[in-house]
Design a protein around this ligand. Structure first.
Ligand SMILES: C[S@@+](CC[C@H](N)C(=O)[O-])C[C@H]1O[C@@H](n2cnc3c(N)ncnc32)[C@H](O)[C@@H]1O
Length: 320
């Protein structure tokens, strides 16, 4: 579906046309704009439904089970920080009945801070800033109303805080647990400063459970599944992908956290968040697309079978 910007050709044609043409063309543009908008809204709805369902049915229950394994009955009284909670702070809402209290923190303003802040964050009152701000705000609002519906059925204590991405706005030793979903790969290197901040706000012995997406996975997190089925792992073959993502390996990720945490492990997980070696249903991702020739080609570039077929990792450990 074309965005309205692609309609310029129709406008140019009216200049050499008859007088009535301009009316017909304006109607055409109006209809196309409406169709584009309807398509955009339905895409947002589809994405919202699938994101909400992934968080509700997979991310949240798997996280709760891992935290319960690590803390047992103490989980019910724990103070939790969700690092990079997102503008819809879904996990803050979902996890709050299970813990003592939960706080979310992110560089993107929560939807609840209002449309004006969102537009400023997206680049200000330019056509692009307004467009991106408005769409992001609508998208987060829809997910938040769904999450709030769930929260009404399960009350608890929570708050969400916007910060600038440098020093976390909390006192030392404020939390028992720091969780995070799909964030570490977005942090600019060096990651050691983020690891230090996360350690600072944790109590000694406090727990981290930080999910991150691997750049060497089938779609590298952001390349998109359509692109991958046409040319699997093309972001590695062509050294493409999103420049905003860091490309850390599990060893580099652990190295950044090692000065501040002990018992560090990167637990490899699949698309359904099942852990390799722990969950018998674990499925390496993309094996049907990994022909022997392609594997050999990628191995020559330095990527192993495990690195290529692992969706992401849970970085777990305890504060020193
Ligand atoms: C893919 S989203 C995941 C959001 C949320 N955790 C979820 O599971 O829906 C990545 C999030 O990381 C946040 N982020 C990026 N850099 C950050 C930083 N320095 N500190 C905190 N959050 C950050 C982004 O703003 C974004 O909300």
């Amino acid at each position: 579906m074309f965005p309205p910007g692609k309609l310029e050709n129709s406008v140019v044609r009216t200049r050499s046309g008859r007088a009535g043409d301009s009316v017909i063309v304006s109607m055409d543009i109006g209809v196309r704009h409406l169709r584009w908008l309807a398509h955009r809204v339905s895409t947002i709805e589809r994405r919202n439904r699938s994101k909400a369902s992934h968080l509700v049915t997979r991310v949240y229950p798997a996280l709760r089970a891992r935290l319960h394994d690590a803390l047992g009955a103490r989980l019910a009284h724990a103070r939790v920080l969700d690092f990079g909670c997102g503008d819809d702070h879904a996990l803050v809402t979902l996890l709050r009945p299970d813990v003592g209290s939960i706080t979310g923190v992110d560089i993107v303003p929560p939807r609840t801070l209002g449309l004006r802040r969102r537009i400023s964050f997206e680049g200000g009152f330019t056509p692009k800033g307004i467009g991106k701000g408005l769409l992001g705000w609508v998208e987060a609002s829809r997910r938040i109303s769904y999450m709030n519906e769930l929260a009404r059925r399960a009350p608890g204590a929570s708050s969400v805080i916007h910060y600038d991405g440098s020093r976390l706005p909390f006192d030392d030793a404020s939390f028992d647990i720091v969780i995070s979903n799909a964030v570490l790969q977005e942090l600019p290197p060096p990651l050691e400063g983020f690891a230090r901040e996360i350690r600072r706000v944790l109590k000694p012995g406090g727990v981290i459970d930080l999910e991150w997406h691997s750049f060497t996975s089938l779609d590298g997190h952001y390349v998109g599944i359509e692109a991958t089925s046409a040319r699997p792992w093309f972001h590695l073959l062509d050294n493409a992908g999103d420049d905003k993502l860091n490309r850390h390996t599990p060893a580099e990720m652990a190295e950044a956290f090692a000065p501040y945490f002990e018992g560090l492990d990167n637990l490899p997980h699949d698309r359904k968040l099942r852990i390799r070696g722990r969950d018998p249903a674990y499925e390496p991702e993309g094996v049907e697309l990994l022909s022997p020739d392609l594997l050999e080609q990628l191995e020559q570039l330095g990527f192993t079978y495990d690195a290529l077929t692992t969706r992401g990792y849970f970085l777990v450990g305890r504060a020193r």
